[in-house]
Write a protein that binds this ligand. Structure first.
Ligand code: HEM
Ligand code: NAG
Ligand code: NAG
Ligand code: NAG
Ligand code: NAG
Length: 317
């Protein structure tokens, strides 16, 4: 009997220990603490995307740039202060990341309805999924329970976020550093089926590269001259910019990738086969993308008593 009680106590302790160490997220995390959390985020994202389709792309990218820099902890949302430099002015982010006001509005509503409960990191994760859905993509279930950081890292943002001049091996190793396979890297790159990029990141491709469709290059040069117009925009998916579909991959097959890094995925290299698969079968792309997004959302979350639930996503409590 004593040993039975003892083994019960031991297993309870072990279970409790796992929970505490618990990097385990759960899709029902807010079911009792804030039942309106998911519907609040969804309706705000849907409204923002219907007033400006690009916002869906911007919110998806915000989550990516959060997770690749020391995990999905909303570090990307922290404003610079007199004493503190955050990630917003890192090279991949400066004058380029957007969507912060949408996240602020969601946070304000949630703080009214469930004060101190829903993290900014979870808002970013759910908003990324809802953005894809608002632009006609397929949904996936989002594990929840992340908490928010009290720090950010400008230098990690500058080194961990892949840049548009990477070649295939650089892209593979950038994602492999975060635990992703080459196939998952290609699936996640399919995020470029929505949204836009600035001239400054595709100028060299428009003027100097040879594995580019000739008339596509001509139209890009008119948007992006050899000098000036750095902030002029072009669609990442020239076919259907505002629809989350598999056209990004079809474009690559006709050498209409906007970024150097996009076209690297289809260049008689090891990723060609994956591009062919996603271009031929959108259901396979949607499934792989959803699974890879869940995996990205699981990058080093703060859980349990680590971090905090910020009341304002732009600053620590
Ligand atoms: C594979 C490596 C990647 C590279 C090299 C890359 C690079 C870039 C660049 C240079 C831009 C344009 C930025 C600007 O105009 O300043 C951009 C935009 C964008 N990226 Fe990526 N990216 C990558 C992966 C991803 C991933 C994994 C996602 C999401 C799953 C993503 C989603 C987006 C979206 C949606 C936009 C458009 C944002 C908007 O219109 O506001 N990217 N990316
Ligand atoms: C900056 O640091 C000083 C000294 O630690 C502190 O008094 C001040 O409140 C800080 N300012 C901000 C904006 O955090
Ligand atoms: C960020 O952009 C602003 C406005 O264009 C510019 O003044 C600043 O130098 C940039 N910061 C960095 C770190 O590139
Ligand atoms: C094209 O490549 C040359 C040589 O690398 C470089 O000097 C030039 O700036 C590039 N042109 C553009 C528009 O990027
Ligand atoms: C790929 O290889 C084929 C056959 O060797 C060649 O015709 C084609 O130009 C190559 N494409 C690229 C992008 O290198």
């Amino acid at each position: 009997m004593a040993s039975l009680i003892y083994s019960f106590m031991l297993s309870t302790l072990i279970l409790f220990g796992i929970q505490m160490a618990g990097a385990q997220l759960s899709s029902t995390f807010y079911s009792t603490s804030c039942p309106s959390a998911l519907s609040t985020i969804k309706s705000a994202v849907t409204a923002a995307v219907s007033s400006e389709a690009r916002m869906g792309a911007s919110l998806l990218r915000l989550h990516f740039h959060d997770c690749f820099v020391n995990g999905c902890d909303a570090s990307v949302l922290l404003d610079d202060t007199a004493n503190f430099t955050g990630e917003k002015t890192a090279l991949p982010n400066n004058n380029s990341l957007r969507g912060f006001e949408v996240i602020d509005n969601i946070k304000t509503t949630l703080e009214k309805n469930c004060p101190g409960v829903v993290s900014c990191a979870d808002i970013l994760t759910v908003a990324a999924r809802d953005s894809v859905v608002a632009l006609s993509g397929k949904s996936w279930t989002v594990p929840l329970g992340r908490r928010d950081s009290t720090t950010a890292s400008l230098s990690a943002a500058n080194t961990n976020i892949p840049g548009p001049n990477l070649d295939l091996s650089g892209l593979i190793s950038s994602f492999s550093n975060k635990g992703f396979t080459a196939r998952e890297m290609v699936a996640l790159s399919g995020g470029h089926t929505i949204g836009s990029a600035r001239c400054v990141v595709f100028r060299n491709r428009a003027h100097n590269e040879t594995n580019i469709d000739a008339s596509f290059a001509t139209s890009l040069r008119s948007i992006c001259p050899t000098s000036g117009g750095n902030n002029n925009l072009a669609a990442l998916d020239v076919t259907t910019r505002d629809v989350f579909d598999n056209a990004y991959f079809t474009n690559l097959k006709s050498f209409k990738g906007l970024l150097h890094s996009d076209q690297e995925l289809f260049k008689n290299g090891s990723a060609d086969a994956i591009v062919n698969t996603y271009s031929a079968n959108s259901a396979t792309f949607f499934t792989d993308f959803g699974n890879a997004m869940v995996k990205m959302g699981n990058l080093s979350p703060l859980t349990g008593t680590n971090g905090q639930i910020r009341t304002n996503c732009r600053k620590t409590n």
